[in-house]
Design a protein around this ligand. Structure first.
Ligand code: XMP
Length: 520
């Protein structure tokens, strides 16, 4: 896709766990930035990227180790502001003529307080209102001698050089992590840095929308585009943006695998056909999927079966669209950031995720990925710009394999119907109590067992349902949402009264880790 023009900030990644947070903080300030691993940042790359400022991230290595990562020296010769954080601070000092030492009892992990020096620094405007500032430290090594031209502006008990700068060259070096929320005034810190660098905050979703539309038109020309629509936020925003750009050259394929929530298929089809007038193929293949899943209870076999069928079905319908040359995908920025790997080996597969990877090559299609530069919250903002209702934009994530992974054990139509209804009642409860937006993801699951109960004068032998609600930032970790007992009691009563076939409700207390969000 043609690159879209805006002022750019470059984050050179040395492998810190929190590098993505730097990018988030900057995007919140309407500053466009990209993260690139240090290995990829060559002189040619720098010249092409033309950053207006550079940030050197933290990282797990030690500058004192021979062969440890460095920034290209040309970063310091471009005449742009440079901010070094933690490892970034240490390599900056070393590369500019200072010294770094390991250990010696000066490691600092966790909360620390920095006190200011007598000198004033533009980077610290709005800091030190109470003569000290809480920051988050996480370092074993420390700077033992600052580079020529640098002065000290802040110290902490274990970091005499917590904040240093060469103000004339706009080089700033800090030992702590201003991007984490344990540095409460970190946003102001970044605001000052981008102001010094001359960013105007030209990265807004209104502006992005127009530029993205122009870029799509340029890329696609008069060719046809296919887009797989799941009804989720990412694929929906992709489809609507493409429709604004190329109108009838877009055809969406919505694969209904029979594992969607209550009335979901009808709602998606209605919204896209009626409200947006988008060409949409509704591929109702529920018989095929549910047939193939009959008797399957192993979670990985379920996922793989659904993933393979999904690709086959999508391909079958896509082949019917004459002259299609492009496949649109809602790939987001966190999916494309290459991470710095120190272990070298692949990480363990906990669950094989369901997606259409490999499909474009197989079908000989080129990719259109208009959300590649965006974080999830930016996609939501873009969706609002495109007129999607807030209630749709704010919907909880829903996994590709759908209700299959909320139905441990064998999947039957009977169990799916009970699950759909229980889930609908539960979500209705959450909405009625105004809790939906506080929760990252909530859903019901149907357990692979029946239990005994008593209703009226009779004995029942029915299914048990589990309800789950978690808070999370990115789905990588999650905490259980603390409902009140009153809410849980009311929900239990409603599910059992309103859903035939359920006589027991469990509340899932498990956080992630050790659990995962989905049951399979
Ligand atoms: P887990 O269960 O791994 O889920 O803790 C983390 C988040 O990912 C979603 N999820 C999926 N999303 N395809 C998806 O598109 C999948 O195969 C898939 N599996 C889990 C899950 O709903 C949660 O938000």
């Amino acid at each position: 896709m043609t690159s879209i023009s805006h002022d750019r900030l470059l984050i050179i990644d040395f492998g810190s766990q929190v590098t993505q947070l730097i990018a988030r903080r900057l995007r919140e300030l309407s500053v466009y930035c990209e993260i690139h691993p240090y290995q990829n940042v060559t002189d040619a790359f720098l010249a092409d990227f033309a950053p207006k400022a550079v940030i050197l991230s933290g990282g797990p290595d030690s500058v004192t180790r021979e062969g440890s990562p460095r920034a290209p020296q040309s970063v310091f010769e471009m005449g742009v502001p440079v901010l070094g954080i933690c490892y970034g601070q240490q390599t900056m000092m070393e590369q500019l003529g200072g010294k770094v030492q390991s250990g010696h009892g000066t490691a600092e992990f966790g909360r620390a307080f920095v006190t200011p020096n007598a000198h004033k620094l533009d980077l610290l405007d709005g800091w030190f209102a109470n003569d000290k500032e809480q920051v988050w430290m996480s370092h074993g090594d420390h700077v033992s001698q600052i580079a020529p031209g640098f002065e000290v502006y802040g110290t902490s008990p274990n970091a005499p050089y917590a904040i240093t700068a060469d103000a004339s060259r706009h080089f700033y070096a800090v030992q702590f992590h201003p991007e984490v929320h344990h540095t409460p005034n970190g946003a102001k810190f970044y605001e000052n840095f981008v102001k010094i660098a001359g960013f105007t905050g030209d990265w807004t979703m209104a502006g992005y929308k127009d530029q993205a539309i122009a870029a799509i038109r340029e890329q696609v020309g008069d060719k046809q585009v296919i887009c797989g629509l799941s009804g989720g936020v990412d694929s929906s925003v992709t489809a609507i943006l493409l429709h604004e750009a190329i109108g009838d050259q877009l055809t969406c394929v919505f694969v209904d695998h029979g594992l969607l929530r209550l009335n979901e298929a009808e709602e998606v089809v209605k919204m896209f056909r009626d409200n947006y007038n988008i060409k949409l193929i509704h591929a109702d293949e529920s018989d095929l999927f549910l047939g193939e899943l009959e008797g399957v209870s192993d979670p990985e076999v379920k996922r793989k079966t659904i993933g393979k069928l999904f690709i086959d079905v999508f391909q079958k319908y896509a082949n019917e669209i004459e002259g299609a040359e492009f496949l649109a995908q809602g790939t987001l920025y966190p999916d494309v950031i290459e991470s710095v790997s120190f272990s070298g080996g692949p990480s363990v597969t906990i669950k094989s995720h369901h997606n259409v990877g490999g499909l474009p090559e197989k079908m000989g299609l080129k990719l259109v990925e208009p959300l590649r530069e965006l974080f999830k919250d930016e996609v939501r903002a873009l969706g609002l710009e495109l007129g999607l209702p807030q209630s749709f934009i704010g919907r909880h994530p829903f996994p590709g394999p759908g209700l299959a992974i909320r139905c441990p054990g064998e999947i039957t139509r009977e169990k799916l119907a009970i699950l759909q209804q229980a889930d609908a009642v539960y979500i209705d409860q959450i909405r009625k109590h105004g809790l939906y937006d506080e929760i990252w993801q909530a859903f019901a699951a149907i357990l692979p067992m029946k239990t005994v109960g008593v209703m009226g004068d009779g004995r029942t032998y029915d299914y048990a349902v589990a309800i789950r609600a978690v808070t999370s930032v990115d789905g990588m970790t999650a905490d259980t949402y603390p409902f009140t007992h009153e809410f849980m009691g009311e929900t239990m009563t409603r599910i059992i009264n309103e859903v035939k076939g359920v006589n027991r409700v469990f509340y899932d207390l498990t956080s992630k880790p050790p659990g995962t969000i989905e049951l399979e």
